[in-house]
Write a protein that binds this ligand. Sequence first.
Ligand SMILES: [Zn+2]
Length: 293
Amino acid sequence: MPLVSMVEGLNKAQAEKYAVPSFNCFEMMGLEGSLAAMKDKMGPGILGIHPTMLNQPEMPAFIQFIRARVEASPVPVSILLDHGTSFEECMQILSYGATDVMFDGGKLPLQENIDQTRMVVRAAHAMGAGVEAELGFVGHGSDYDDPDLVRQGFTRPEEAAEFVEKTGVDALAIAIGSAHGVYKGKPELALDLLADIRTRVDVPLVLHGGSGISDDQFRAAIAGGISKINIFTDLRLAAEEKMKAAVQAEDANYFKMFPAPRSAFRDRCRHFLDVFGASGKAQASFPSTNTSN
Ligand SMILES: [Zn+2]
């Protein structure tokens, strides 16, 4: 079924107070596990493609493969470039068949971020694709033992309003205390800052660095206006654990080791679809869906 731009789904999530998960996709088994979880839970999702994969020769074919698998799925799914670093990368992946792009100018000075994001928005919208941008800087969890450093990168609410208005982005990733990778300390989201940003901008807000955030903090962030959450490290760690166990098993063989990531992704993605309130939401929005796939 539907391969869709993420925009409509994120607007629906915002209106109904749940979050659409974005799971990164590097290979076929992780992809199949993610799609299986979305189908099990009838929850919509986004598959994120990391820009380091863009120049691999198999990428155009891999995106076409993902598209074919999504079209056979009963839930609406989008294919999104995650953290695109340039206009060219965004255009490249749209030409391969992705549905949406994230342009990450979070490290740039505000005006430059606005200018570059606006350029991506104009081109992407002309092709029917949605755009997520980042304001503030979501760092790496290994920096997390220095709260001052983390706070310096927080999104400034007054800039968020200006940024959304001037760029025309469809979704905005904000920095409120989450981080990529594995956290050194215990992450604490700045929910007061989220509330302030939420009152000033009307587009869906995005939380990156979801791995390691507690379920209660996720629920509070969603209640406070987060409509998309990026998760990958958690899935990767679960897959690595299962892969190691499969390799060390007494009866280990190629056919038993190979699918290990699929079951790990399936388990963890199901969990996050539940926590984010996305389970069942594909059913409600597409009542005529053929679920026999
Ligand atoms: Zn991210």
